[in-house]
Ligand binder design. Structure first.
Ligand code: M6R
Length: 364
């Protein structure tokens, strides 16, 4: 049942405020002032490092979580795609928490990577949507993301719920390890409580993404740029674009541009720049200016302050609500999803069942 939407993907994008609210209530309780993990929880003071493993969109959620765990909990983090991790036979030291992220909980490579870690890691934790899945059952602790059934092959609400649960884990790790003071903890939890309504506003303002879709649908190639927390999100935006619109899309860390990819830029290449006005904003703007100097058509996704500061010469902008910069990947996932969705609709592709793809990759 698409609940009046044209595609399951549109329905699942629209459901995000509600499912994120449910996930937050599960982990924060009604009062919303402390994080409670199910079961015996996790003792982060005993852990020395984290190894995060997943595929596709779930891998990009893990890449984002690396920034969070490093910054908030000051923990060393390694991230890998499951298909590489499992055959590399990496050393997994006893103080390691091995964390597997999977919507379906049945992805073959992720499950094999989990089994590889079982007798090596201190603890094996999973972040899953399907509670009765193999990955959930074979973990010491399975953390539900509570996104509800996701039918569209392109992951949307599962991604934002994965991010939310991973951020809660990083905050809890920071609290236990004493790297997060009480005021900052309270600020972050308060920002998280407000997130569903901010996400709702971003979805309601989706008309700009729709208005751009006819022009984006003409593109042969699209580049996505981001720095810091926006880099994994740029990767996710490019993946969404490829898988449902079949437009070639690549993402780069903004600072890598001049090490090669800038050679791709000409007036036919739309460049999506994701850059809230955070500590890295000015650096990204200077990369954006290098793109514009070569004729690239910049679509800037930023907040009011960012767009006001950097609108000269850009092709289009999408204005996002203001949030604590730590939460920005969850919010900026919305325009990434909407751009891909509307471009795919403009191209007339099979949005919910894109060619060559399966919802759950249960074979290698
Ligand atoms: O079920 P999983 O989260 O383990 O699936 C991982 C990937 O196959 C999945 O995220 C895939 O990349 C999506 N189609 C992305 O939209």
């Amino acid at each position: 049942d698409k609940a009046g939407h044209r595609h399951f993907m549109a329905k699942e994008i629209a459901e995000q405020p509600q499912v994120l609210g449910e996930a937050l209530r599960f982990y924060l309780g009604e009062a919303g002032d402390r994080i409670t993990l199910p079961g015996d929880g996790i003792d982060f003071t005993k852990l020395e490092r984290l190894t995060l493993v997943a595929c596709g969109t779930a891998y990009y959620a893990c890449l984002t979580a690396k920034y969070w765990f490093e910054q908030i909990a000051r923990m060393p983090v390694e991230v890998d795609v499951a298909s590489e991790f499992r055959y590399r036979e990496p050393p997994v030291t006893p103080g390691t928490m091995a964390l597997f992220v999977s919507q379906s909980g049945e992805t073959a490579d992720t499950l094999a990577a989990l089994r590889y870690c079982r007798d090596k890691a201190e603890t094996v934790v999973s972040v899953v949507n399907v509670a009765e899945s193999s990955i959930a059952r074979e973990s010491d602790l399975a953390l539900p993301i509570l996104a509800g059934t996701e039918i569209g092959v392109a992951s949307t609400k599962a991604f934002s719920c994965q991010l939310t649960v991973l951020l809660l884990l990083a905050i809890e790790a920071g609290r236990q390890r004493g790297t997060l003071d009480a005021d900052r903890l309270a600020d972050l939890l308060s920002a998280l409580r407000g997130l569903p309504s901010v996400i709702g506003r971003a979805i309601d303002d989706g008309a700009t993404a729709e208005a751009l879709s006819l022009q984006l649908a003409e593109a042969q190639d699209v580049l996505f740029l981001g720095r810091g927390l926006m880099y994994p999100l740029a990767l996710e935006g490019a993946l969404k674009m490829k898988e449902i619109s079949y437009i070639h899309a690549e993402a780069y860390a903004s600072g890598e541009l001049k090490h090669g990819p800038i050679a791709l830029i000409d007036k036919h290449v739309p460049v999506v720049v994701m850059a809230p006005r955070d500590a890295l904003f000015d650096k990204t703007v200077s990369n954006m200016q290098e793109v514009m100097a070569r004729g690239g058509q910049v679509l800037l996704i930023s907040d009011h302050a960012g767009i006001t500061a950097a609108q000269d010469g850009i092709w289009r902008s999408i204005e996002m609500p203001q949030v604590d910069p730590v939460l920005s990947p969850i919010l900026y996932a919305i325009p990434a999803q909407l751009i891909a969705y509307h471009t795919a609709v403009a191209k007339g592709t099979d949005v919910d069942q894109p060619r060559n793809l399966a919802k759950s990759v249960t074979v290698e």
